[in-house]
Design a protein around this ligand. Structure first.
Ligand SMILES: [Zn+2]
Length: 123
């Protein structure tokens, strides 16, 4: 894993994967983001209207073939990677503020050593 810096944490929509400079407004959650267009799509779905376009992640219970499952894997993996990068950015921000690896580990329910190995970028 390459070292993560605070500068490398780029916000992108967790739903459509477009970066913040390609969307109008990006709303942040805990390690995830959603853009204004995806919020619009969510509103459509919540109101019971069929979503436009077929490039969205298929709902779990509507996926019935291995091909559909495989088609979803890269998008789910990308979202997971985004959350991991964001978490690493927050950890590095804590480190820059002088927080110890022991306290970061305790906060995340892991040992100091595990926190250091996962987030320090050092071997
Ligand atoms: Zn989006």
């Amino acid at each position: 894993m390459s070292a993560v810096t605070e500068e490398s944490v780029i916000a992108e929509c967790s739903f459509c994967l477009r970066p913040d400079n390609e969307v109008g407004t990006l709303v942040a959650g805990p390690g995830v983001f959603i853009c204004d267009e995806c919020v619009g799509l969510c509103t459509f779905v919540i109101e019971g209207k069929p979503p436009e376009g077929g490039s969205r992640l298929a709902p779990w219970d509507q996926v019935t073939s291995p091909e559909e499952v495989l088609a979803n894997l890269p998008r789910v993996a990308a979202a997971g990677a985004q959350v991991e990068r964001n978490l690493a950015g927050w950890v590095l921000k804590a480190r820059a503020m002088g927080v110890t690896w022991a306290r970061i580990g305790e906060t995340l329910g892991m040992s100091r050593q595990s926190a250091w190995e996962r987030f320090s970028g050092e071997e």
